[in-house]
Write a protein that binds this ligand. Structure first.
Ligand SMILES: [Zn+2]
Length: 894
């Protein structure tokens, strides 16, 4: 790993600043290691934290295995698989006596976390007897490398120390769940990348890939949705073990502070139990004191980070009464050290003045990986120390929170939430139920007609009774968010949220949910059955015949289409009204050439009600499996990953297009539709700049790529652009469309993630088939459109003219977008461009708007639009009979 160049660079820095390197911050807690316990150096050849060295996940796992083989203070358990297929092991560390009685302590934790059936006295006795289970980890974000180095050192310290009263008390009072990292795949990838580059001019260059296969840095935004395997593994373990504290390490302290620690900044949710917030603040302040006590200055609280969004995987648990939080330690890059002088500090901090929440300002100097690792180890020790000292109170408070939540929703609304089965998209309603159950929420089903809100709901209705211990999470996810308007002065711009402001899950998923505002009657309650394991609704075929008709409304119908293609079947869309199991509709999906048994399996797997008929409807447009390309930049786009994940789940089989693939041209020969995921136009165009990374990863779509895309659309291709990628298409292809928000200041319009209502212009338009009249979209710092002179195309959806479109979250100056277009189809040569000015697939949550791009993908194939005068050639009516071979094989003429 050594390199003359790297040493020369480091030397140059020292010489330049004329300052000798000071020793890294020493953690004062030295150990008296037990013989026979392997040191990290003896196994890895390095002590994690060494300059220019990083341990990867495989090596770290080997070390943990050797550690476990040497001591009865640690055992390893498997928590599942990662997305790229690694076996994920975590360590349970405690005294040998506690480890011998793990089941007993887990059961005590479970009883206290549930709270029901306990008296306060019984809970006090259990709290006295129990142990504080604590979750610590090596971080979620793999580029924030120090966390996963720290976890190795922390494990060694706790397992090897002898005669250290602090460690002894921790081992006796605490059961530590230590996750070496929360992203094993990413740790392997990032370390591999650094090893390729260390000692070269590109030593600190960014990774040209998402370090979580699909979502990269968004792997901490998946906390309640649990779309990714890793999130599910974490949530499952959290619910099984009921830790009182969940602490996750990150790295990006606001410069020049050395570590950001809670208290967070405003605002916070009113749904968490107040004791959780109190403990969070106490623990945060304690960590800062602990670091000062051990010679590590520069901790700051209450700057930058708020926790308004409940989807942070290291925060969601607070709504399950687990004190969940993260810290942000300073990071330079990878394991490369950096020297800082106070000249680089923001002007107001150069005087090194103490502040209320930054009492020991950092004075500058060297910052090495070792420093970051030590700060993290110190912060972890502080948390364990608090858990050890306050074990009994923490456990009792956890019981109190559960008890209070149950009592609260016996006395105030919402007493329950009802999820009826009469939905536009029943499989999505079921998906919402499944999401709740993954989150440890109890769901009931009505065995007979269920009465609430003065209405009768059909048997099978799902009911979420709110007098359960984790109900704050349901309220947090189901209600509309009201983000408080926080301004420093009445005229200054409102405080910007750290993440989005509104996420109401039923709105995002397009599912109807009703809060129950009066107490549920005892006899109604008695008729409910608790759902043991989630079972999706039974899909089935009704009627007879070899022609199968599916509604265009369920998203799952699109998966069924792709599966029908895979089974050699034919698919067409009805261009006039046809009866489906969900009622009559235009756009019904007609499948032929798939045998009844196979179709029944498709219906069952996708929870779809399929109607079988003998004769195919007359007015249909045959479609073939769309050949779909998805642009993937070297400068990794999280939105690309989410899109790829969704398209793969729905079995669209997207083909990844790199810069070279696009620039090579002749795209129309290979693709029907191409998606450009959300990104700033300059990112799409230019990618990584020259000199920032090895040459093969520099550049973007560029001018040659734009030419190829232009030819592709002119030849009949479909280009679909998400959110700000729309601006790339408008600029580069010269579309007669104006972004009315271009250049508008934050004070004049602000919406960084809120749910807005749009109005669909014509629900019978093939581009919006299956959507309701007024879908709810996730708007996140995107554009809003106005057609300009010379515009040819259709407005697909607009923000309402007469009222604010805001449904959930925060929207400043709605009038700026009222009446403006949210989604447009632009005619361009023989093809079309879809400008979607929102996030139609945001983080795999906004299921209610997937059809905006699912439909567009098919638009290259001559879908009819009844009454669309400008597209007469697209009306191809080819009747599809049962097993009519070849009916769909003819490409449509544009
Ligand atoms: Zn992070």
């Amino acid at each position: 790993m050594g390199s003359k160049l790297r040493i020369a660079l480091a030397f140059a820095v020292v010489t330049f600043f004329g300052t000798a390197s000071r020793a890294p911050a020493q953690v004062a807690f030295t150990t008296n290691p037990a013989p026979g316990v392997p040191t990290p150096e003896s196994v890895l050849g390095h002590r994690p934290g060494d300059d220019f060295y990083l341990v990867n996940y495989d090596e770290s796992r080997d070390y943990f295995r050797k550690l476990a083989a040497s001591s009865n203070r640690i055992k390893l358990i498997s928590v599942g698989k990662t997305t790229r297929g690694l076996d994920w092991e975590i360590a349970i560390i405690s005294s040998p006596e506690n480890l011998a009685n793990l089941d007993k302590y887990k059961e005590i934790s479970r009883q206290l976390a549930d709270g029901r059936g306990l008296t306060d006295d019984a809970a006090r006795a259990l709290a006295r007897e129990g142990r504080a289970i604590v979750h610590l980890d090596g971080g979620l974000h793999s580029t924030e490398v120090a966390g996963a180095q720290q976890s190795v050192n922390l494990a060694y310290k706790l397992v090897s120390s002898q005669g250290d009263p602090e460690v002894d008390a921790i081992l006796n009072n605490v059961i530590l769940m230590l996750w070496p990292t929360l992203n094993p795949d990413g740790q392997n990838e990032i370390v591999g990348w650094y090893r390729q580059n260390v000692g070269t001019p590109f030593e600190v260059s960014p990774l040209p890939d998402l370090y979580q296969e699909y979502v990269g840095h968004d792997n901490n935004r998946d906390g309640y949705m649990n779309n990714m395997l890793e999130s599910r593994d974490v949530t499952r373990a959290e619910i099984e073990w009921d830790p009182v504290i969940f602490y996750c390490h990150h790295q990006t302290a606001p410069f020049p502070t050395r570590i950001f620690i809670p208290p967070f900044v405003e605002p916070i949710s009113s749904n968490m139990h107040p004791l959780m917030g109190r403990w969070l603040n106490l623990i945060g302040t304690d960590i800062a004191a602990y670091l000062d006590e051990h010679g590590m200055p520069g901790a700051v609280n209450r700057v930058g980070f708020d926790n308004w969004y409940p989807g942070f995987l290291d925060y969601t648990h607070i709504f399950r009464n687990s004190i969940s939080f993260f810290t942000e330690t300073a990071l330079y890059r990878y394991a490369t050290p950096r020297f800082y002088t106070t000249d680089e500090f923001p002007r107001e901090q150069r005087a090194l003045r103490s502040e209320v929440f930054y009492t020991s300002p950092w004075k500058g100097g060297w910052w090495r990986l070792r420093d970051a690792v030590n700060y993290m180890e110190g912060a972890s020790m502080a948390v364990l120390d608090v858990a050890s000292k306050f074990r009994e109170q923490l456990l009792f408070n956890r019981y109190q929170a559960a008890r209070d939540n149950v009592l609260r929703f016996q006395q105030e609304p919402p007493f329950a939430y009802i999820i009826p089965r009469q939905q536009r998209d029943l499989p999505e309603a079921a998906a919402l139920v499944e999401k709740l159950m993954i989150n440890g929420i109890e769901v009931h089903e009505a065995a007979k007609p269920f009465h609430a809100n003065g209405r009768e709901y059909a048997p099978g209705t799902w009911v979420v009774l709110m007098d359960q211990p984790f109900s704050p999470l349901v309220k947090e996810l189901f209600e509309a968010q009201e983000y408080p308007e926080l301004r420093e002065t009445p005229t200054s711009a409102p405080k910007r949220p750290y993440d989005v402001t509104g996420w109401t899950l039923p709105m995002q998923m397009g599912v109807q949910v009703a809060p129950v505002l009066q107490p549920v009657a005892a006899n109604e309650r008695a008729s409910l059955t608790k759902t043991g394991q989630f079972t999706p609704p039974a899909g089935a075929i009704e009627g007879t015949g070899a022609v199968f008709v599916l509604s265009h409304k369920p998203n799952a119908s699109f998966k069924a289409i792709n599966q029908a293609f895979a089974a050699g079947g034919h698919v067409a869309f009805a261009s006039t009204e046809v009866e489906t199991a969900e009622g009559a509709e235009i756009g019904a999906i007609v499948v032929t050439g798939v045998d009844g048994g196979r179709m029944e399996k498709l219906a069952r797997e996708n929870s779809l009600a399929v109607r079988a008929v003998a004769v195919a409807p007359k007015d249909v447009v045959a479609v073939k499996k769309p050949r779909l390309g998805l642009y993937r930049a070297w400068s990794p786009l999280i939105d690309e990953g989410w899109t790829r994940w969704i398209l793969e789940n729905y079995e669209f089989a997207p083909v990844t297009l790199r810069n070279g693939d696009i620039q090579a041209g002749n795209l129309r020969d290979r693709f029907d539709a191409i998606i450009l995921p959300d990104a700033r136009p300059e990112t799409l165009r230019d990618g990584f700049g020259p000199g920032t990374i090895r040459g093969e990863f520099t550049g973007g779509i560029g001018a040659p790529g734009v030419t190829s895309l232009r030819e592709f659309v002119q030849a009949g291709g479909i280009l679909i652009t998400f959110n700000n990628a729309s601006l790339f298409a408008i600029d580069e292809l010269g579309l007669p469309v104006k972004n009315v928000l271009a250049g508008v200041k934050d004070e004049d319009f602000f919406c960084s993630g809120a749910l807005l209502r749009v109005e669909v212009q014509d629900v019978n338009d093939s581009a919006v088939w299956g959507l309701p009249h007024d879908p709810i979209v996730m708007f996140e710092r995107g554009p809003a459109f106005e057609p300009k002179e010379g515009f040819r195309g259709r407005v697909l959806a607009s923000y309402p003219k007469e009222q604010s479109p805001l449904m959930s979250g925060y929207l400043l100056h709605p009038e700026k977008i009222q009446g403006k277009a949210a989604a447009l189809e632009v005619q361009y040569g023989k093809g079309r461009i879809y400008l979607l000015g929102f996030r139609p697939q945001w983080r795999g949550q906004s299921h209610g708007t997937y059809k905006f791009f699912f439909n567009a993908i098919y638009e290259s194939q001559g879908l009819s639009r009844p009454g669309a005068a400008q597209a007469p050639a697209m009306k191809s009516v080819e009747p599809v009979g049962p097993r009519t071979e070849g009916a769909t094989s003819k490409p449509p003429s544009p």
